[in-house]
Design a protein. Structure first.
Length: 328
């Protein structure tokens, strides 16, 4: 009887273990597929939302089209992907250029309100890339800003030739929102050309791990273990990077160039608490603005005049010819 009982217990335990392994495996594949499989939105579908939220875009876009200042360009990225970016030129730029980076499942059209600040208010040239797996750029996966940093560095490298300006005359600011902010911070930790002068990150996360952990708990009331661990291993095997590796927090700690941090105090998607360790990790010079009452990526929509003022004051402080000469 005891032998039968032990055998029965061992069989049941093996079945339970097999079921758990199957559930975890399925859950890991589901999580990776759900979070990282790209779902490109065509540019046409994004125009309506852009005009509805930011009606000031229409007259500005009419003027740049009348001046033939808008163009599309394609380039091959280091991994062989054919990537797309919108270019907007200003006759008054004198080398000043903004690389403006969109967020998760968005594309370049979703960042026109930020591009307008730099082009209309500050007379900058604009590079609006579609990140890997987004918009008109190739790729079937979302890279959470980590491998995207390599592509943004490529657009930065190409900027002098793109606008027909010498590298000595160029001055670049990189400005991103949400996953674009994570991308911006990941770029900031790399060796960048001297003509990259400063960064603006708006509601970026500390790491892909922290963001997925937050979403896993918030959406499904699940702990990080074991699902997040196995999903990260699967991502490493499938795409070549892990959730903890994709760490803007580690990258900003290596950044010596100026950075403006922006975050809404009502952000629950990338929770507001994340901006504080990011800000603390970043060496000076740096500045922090917490937008009162704003949810995720809504700081500009809620505080247009103040947002423009904060960006202009910060970027102008560090992207002037005088500062450029004394900082080199």
């Amino acid at each position: 009887m005891k032998k039968i009982t032990k055998k029965w217990i061992a069989t049941v335990s093996a079945v339970i273990l097999a079921i758990l392994i199957a559930v975890i495996t399925y859950g890991s594949f589901y999580l990776v597929d759900y979070a990282l499989t790209s779902k490109p939105q065509s540019h046409k579908k994004n125009w309506g939302k852009a005009f509805a939220w930011y009606p000031e875009l229409r007259p500005w876009l009419d003027s740049i089209r009348a001046e033939r200042a808008w163009s599309d360009t394609f380039a091959i990225m280091p991994d062989g992907t054919r990537a797309h970016a919108v270019l907007i030129r200003s006759t008054k730029a004198n080398g000043r250029t903004a690389v403006v980076v969109h967020g998760y499942t968005n594309n370049s059209i979703d960042m026109l309100h930020i591009a307008r600040i730099y082009n209309k208010e500050m007379h900058y040239n604009i590079v609006l890339p579609d990140l890997h797996g987004h918009g008109l750029t190739g790729g079937n996966d979302i890279q959470m800003g980590w491998k995207d940093r390599i592509d943004v560095l490529k657009w930065i490298e190409m900027a002098p030739k793109t606008f027909g300006i010498s590298a000595d005359s160029m001055r670049i600011v990189v400005h991103g929102i949400s996953m674009g902010a994570a991308t911006t911070m990941c770029v900031s930790g790399e060796k960048t050309p001297k003509y990259v002068r400063c960064f603006v990150e708006d509601c970026g996360y500390t790491s892909a791990w922290d963001e997925f952990k937050h979403e896993l708990h918030g959406r499904y009331s699940l702990p990080a273990f074991p699902l997040l661990y196995t999903a990260s291993w699967l991502t490493k095997a499938k795409y070549g990077w892990s959730f903890k590796e994709a760490s803007p927090l580690k990258q900003v700690a290596k950044c010596t160039k100026p950075m403006l941090f922006i975050h809404g105090d009502k952000d629950t998607f990338v929770p507001t608490w994340m901006v504080y360790p990011l800000y603390e990790a970043k060496p000076h010079p740096k500045k922090l603005w917490i937008a009162p009452g704003s949810g995720h990526a809504f700081a500009y929509r809620d505080h247009r005049k103040e947002y423009i003022k904060k960006v202009e004051e910060f970027v102008n402080q560090f992207n002037t010819p005088l500062y450029c000469r004394t900082s080199e």
